[in-house]
Design a protein around this ligand. Structure first.
Ligand code: G
Ligand code: G
Ligand code: MN
Ligand code: NA
Length: 254
């Protein structure tokens, strides 16, 4: 049986699970939220990484079903995280191009918010520049409707896509996630330093918050913090982890 056929079966069998990676305040090191990352626990293949099944799901359309499940499950899970932490947190969920363009997407979003009882601003939707650029007119309309629900929009992998900065002017964006390609060679790389500085400056003047992705060392974290980057995400402050491990991480801090 093909991987594709196995995927449809896996949805029915409940083999897909969500992992959660902390998004941390670079100053206080407190967990502010989590990015949701999907995993497939295949009974014989073991953990199938998303790089193998997300593109397939994007092609065969299963991403709409998987994505709807992930969004709702993540919102429900956040309530448990908040109970453990005894404070408000947020959840950041990746939205693929096909999900973003699906005409049921806003219904899926409304259902996840209503069912979980979260308030809209606790939900961050991660979209790439590519997703926005497929059809900017459609994107502007959908983003407006997301903003009506007070969900926040993050540009994922910022700086790596083919896009125009004009969308930052016209679309209701709240967060820029600097791609880990620009963080990896810090603090040594002058070019990456210049790019990060430019993004932070742009974000400051547009009142956007910035998350540095792929932070693996103390030096990288310090470099970004000193230049005004408020949030970091990466192996230094937490790998993607199962929900019960995330609960433990939240409780051990208090
Ligand atoms: O941990 P990592 O290998 O987990 O994830 C690889 C890529 O898979 C991420 O860059 C992300 O784009 C994609 N991905 C992971 N989880 C999801 C998900 O729930 N939905 C979508 N659309 N993409 C995801
Ligand atoms: O494309 P997106 O940003 O959604 O995907 C995040 C990806 O980055 C996931 O595959 C996740 O496992 C991975 N990741 C998260 N933190 C780190 C890190 O510190 N180093 C590296 N190399 N990858 C990371
Ligand atoms: Mn992401
Ligand atoms: Na990213």
């Amino acid at each position: 049986i093909s991987l594709e056929a196995a995927m449809f079966q896996a949805v029915r069998e409940g083999e897909f699970v969500l992992y959660y990676q902390p998004i941390v305040d670079a100053g206080t090191r407190e967990i502010e939220g989590f990015e949701t990352l999907m995993r497939w626990k295949h009974p014989t293949l073991g953990m199938v990484p998303p790089a193998r099944f997300i593109p397939l799901a994007e092609t065969n359309g299963l991403i709409n079903l998987l994505g709807a499940w992930a969004l709702k499950a993540a919102c429900v899970q956040l309530r448990q995280f908040e109970e453990a932490a005894k404070r408000s947190l947020y959840i950041s969920v990746n939205i693929s191009p096909r999900q973003f363009r699906n005409d049921k997407f806003l219904d899926v979003l409304d259902d996840a918010i209503a069912y979980s009882g979260l308030s809209g601003e606790q939900l961050v939707l991660e979209i790439t520049e590519g997703t926005l650029m497929i059809d900017p007119v459609h994107a502007e309309s959908i983003l407006g409707k997301m903003a009506e629900r007070r969900a926040r929009i993050a540009i994922d992998d910022f700086g790596t896509g083919y896009s125009s900065l004009a969308y930052l002017k016209n679309f209701p964006i709240s967060v820029l996630k600097i791609d880990r390609a620009f963080i990896r060679d810090l603090p040594g790389s002058q070019k990456d330093g210049a790019i990060c500085n430019a993004v932070l400056d742009l974000a400051k003047h547009l009142s956007l918050s910035v998350v540095a992705e792929g932070v693996e060392t103390e030096e990288q974290m310090q470099y970004m913090r000193e230049r005004g980057c408020r949030y970091v995400q990466g192996y230094l402050t937490g790998k993607p982890m199962a929900a019960n491990v995330a609960v433990a991480a939240l409780t051990e801090r208090h």
